[in-house]
Write a protein that binds this ligand. Sequence first.
Ligand code: T4K
Length: 407
Amino acid sequence: MKRTLDDLAVFGGTAAFSEKLYVGRPNIGNRERLLSRIEDMLDRRWLSNDGVYLQEFERTVARMLGVRHCIATCNGTIALEIAIRALGLSGEVIVPSFTFIATAHALQWQQITPVFCDVDPRTHTLDPDCVERLVTSRTTGIIGVHLWGEAHHVEALEALARRRGLKLMFDAAHAFACSYGGKMIGNFGDAEIFSFHATKFLNTFEGGAICTNDDALAEKSRLMRNFGFAGFDKVIYIGTNGKMTEVAAAMGLTGLEALDEFIDANLANYRSYTRELEGIPGATLRTYDDTRRQNYQYIIVEVDEAVAGIARDALVELLHAENIVARRYFYPGCHDMEPYRSLYPGAGAGLPNTARLARQVMALPTGTAVGEAEIRTICQVVRFACSHGREITRSMNSRAPEATGEA
Ligand code: T4K
């Protein structure tokens, strides 16, 4: 319990936790089921390349999402790259800057210019009016990102893409098992991609998938995932190696069996955070729309320095000292990272909401590795810090350089 400034670990007090609490601790399903699948895989000596687990994983995901095709990949970034290529995107593609860097890299990696667009400050997702203003004769597509698992403005983006003759894709890396308008995410735009990275709601260690209802696009993506092979010795496209391994698919199948458990844990944590963060000056929990199916994978808090008296960055530093490894997702915005910062130096001018969110947002630990007791302690630290923000800021600023780790 923090009662005075001296109790804070950043000023020499005892840390709230003896072990680090992380954002993104993997959700792990039933170990026995996983290990028995791995034994079976080893017995059969089939480790990759369209194995039975891969096929079962793709069938199960497609059925669950009600989508015609699921093409599983070795990670979400490769899923983005393949979908971008299979859709024939080129020239310029409009993307939010407030996203994980992979959304932008998947384009630039293929010499396509990511044109950074601002987000709606309420939803944290692409603002369709801003997208409209950025369309040029070189624009071939839009990639929306369902940040924190929630899709927004989908109809407006679909209408805009149709009207301007653009392809529309969604980076749904965060949105597995979530719905929008009564339909599961995976069904929107020309294609949607998922990430099954270790830190994601469903994980396959590393992994991803392209989901689409377009048969031709699915066929092309499938070929591109496997070097463009259309049969023994027959290559018909440029391709890459984007295959998901059998061990990854086995993990995915095991996780799929535990999805309800993962959701229950995340939802309980979200409810605890909602209760415990209530009324903290300047720290606002981003709320989920409970009318949809959600995976509640991210606990996102906006820190308003003007009210809390402490900036998000100082609060994150303070939390780290307490062994609460909060994250600044997604600071500083893709446009402010290399190579984009140098390539497109003017990009930041039209991104005021991105700039504010990148400055104010932090993600707090959740998932099956965190429970109510930990959340109560985390929130008590946040409450103390925001209620004594100005004093803490003054004291942090007056620390000797060695205490801040700066030279
Ligand atoms: N689009 C979006 C919107 C995305 O968020 C991502 C990935 C992608 C596309 C690309 O999908 P992938 O190609 O990754 O499938 C992490 C993940 O590496 C990345 O997958 C994820 N987004 C991003 C949001 O988070 P970092 O740089 O924050 O990773 P790192 O190593 O700091 O780990 C995050 C946290 O998870 C830490 O608190 C430690 C904890 N952790 C991590 C791993 C790997 C564990 O507790 N156990 C683990 O095994 O990027």
